[in-house]
Design a protein around this ligand. Structure first.
Ligand SMILES: *Cc1c(COP(=O)(O)O)cnc(C)c1O
Length: 424
């Protein structure tokens, strides 16, 4: 690792920073608004030192846990919320949200194509060689259907707003409708706030009864409103992404209509306990502090990802989204087009990480993926993707998915080192 930006790469970065200035003003102003929203929520719920020590045992009447739930509910503009370290991650929170609202013979309709890989088990999609689980939604009698509002849409249009007769019929029959906001690891666009708003309104027009559940992973604090403010009945996400602010050590959250939030809580614990129990392991302070940092951390991540986009675009690579945005989540895709470049990129990113910088990432077979995947991420919280990290399936077009960034200067430094090795 060289000690500073090589003279060759610094102008590239500085030029990109200039072209991004006006976009950065927009995210700066969103960060101001979101920080104000966080502080108001803390004030409105009387956040106080006393909330930071957890009640042990059953943990009934833990005032800190109640305050945290109420703060999250206010931030989501929702009736209720559940913020828990007992959620293993976002997948578990989304799973409880779905299981809470669906009963046997109900129809779950995913409208944004195949949901994120880790939800396959929850739904009951079985890959060859896998044993089906008795606990999946489908094994328990829930019917499942999929449609894709991104299919056959020109890039300029992004979302398909007209539905076939069959699709409209499916929406009419659905009991719960699942929307994944972020592209995750596909190449379709991430839904913007405006698109979500219009989509949910259109769905509710076709079926006012349907429970709209949004996988909000990577979406929190990108806008100054959350999907619950656009009519979503439930949203769920991971605390080791945006809303954890890089501080939350584990967990997930759910927010929405109080009846559905409580049903999800009964999935997480048991009926009769619901949201009223669960030790917080003295982590309430860390979780609220994470929320306090979250708008700033999301801003740093957005700045970091747009810098990668702009620089690699200048160098002639295909990037999603382009340097013009819209950046609706914190994932950036760069098509490097060459396996050696992918490995070099990931190796250098790892060398610039705060933790485990001495490790060398190598491609490995990963459950749920057809091809070996190389992952780089020397993160403080293991597996956290709000921290600067990258992964790449080792197959054409040899695209690297880079995400997060707690600190812009770190991402900028890592980029300069990556450029030094790639352009050498
Ligand atoms: C990360 C992610 C999930 C799953 O969250 P985990 O915390 O990894 O379990 C689900 N959906 C999307 C779109 C995600 O990005």
């Amino acid at each position: 690792m060289t000690t500073s930006c090589a003279p060759k790469t610094l102008p590239l970065i500085e030029e990109a920073e200039t072209t991004l200035a006006s976009y950065w003003q927009t995210i700066e102003s969103r960060c101001h608004t979101n920080t104000e929203r966080v502080l108001r929520a803390f004030l409105n719920h009387g956040l106080d030192e006393m909330h930071f020590s957890s009640v042990t045992g059953y943990a009934h009447h833990d005032l800190g846990r109640h305050a945290l739930d109420n703060i999250m509910a206010e931030l989501a503009g929702a009736e209720a919320a559940l913020v828990r370290v007992q959620f293993v991650s976002g997948t578990h929170a989304i799973g409880c949200a779905l299981k809470g609202v669906l009963k046997p013979s109900d129809l779950l309709l995913a409208i944004t194509g195949a949901p994120y890989d880790t939800l396959e088990g929850v739904i009951g999609k079985v890959r060859p060689g896998q044993t089906p689980s008795r606990q999946s939604l489908q094994a328990q009698g829930v019917r499942y259907a999929e449609m894709d509002i991104f299919a056959d849409v020109p890039p300029s249009q992004r979302v398909r707003w007209t539905w076939t007769e069959e699709e409209t019929a499916l929406i009419q029959q659905a009991n719960a409708l699942f929307i994944q906001r972020s592209r995750g690891y596909s190449l379709r666009p991430t839904l913007s706030g405006e698109e979500l708003k219009r989509l949910i309104a259109q769905i509710k027009q076709v079926n006012p009864e349907v429970v709209v559940v949004v996988d909000n992973c990577y979406g929190e604090f990108i806008d100054t409103e959350e999907p619950t403010q656009y009519g979503a009945d439930l949203i769920a996400g991971s605390l080791i992404k945006n809303p954890g602010g890089g501080l939350a050590v584990a967990g997930g959250y759910i927010a929405g209509k109080s009846c559905y939030v409580e049903q999800a809580a009964e999935e997480l614990t048991v009926p009769g306990v619901g949201s009223e129990g669960g030790y917080m392991f003295d982590l309430t302070r860390t979780l609220v502090q994470g929320l306090y940092f979250a708008p700033t951390v999301v801003k740093e991540a957005l700045k970091s990802m747009s810098l990668f986009a702009a620089v690699f675009e200048q160098l002639g690579y295909t990037v999603y989204p382009t340097s013009q945005g819209p950046f609706n989540d914190i994932i950036q895709v760069i098509e490097l087009g060459d396996p050696d470049k992918v490995l070099q990129f990931c190796k250098t990113l790892q060398q610039c990480s705060p933790v485990g910088a001495k490790l060398t990432p190598i491609p490995a077979v990963t459950p749920g993926y057809a091809d070996p995947v190389v992952m780089a991420g020397g993160t403080f919280i293991f597996g956290s993707t709000i921290e600067l990290s990258a992964d790449a399936p080792m197959r054409p077009p040899y695209a690297v998915y880079i995400q997060g960034g707690l600190v812009y200067s770190h991402a900028r430094f890592a980029l300069s080192q990556i450029l030094d090795t790639l352009l050498a």
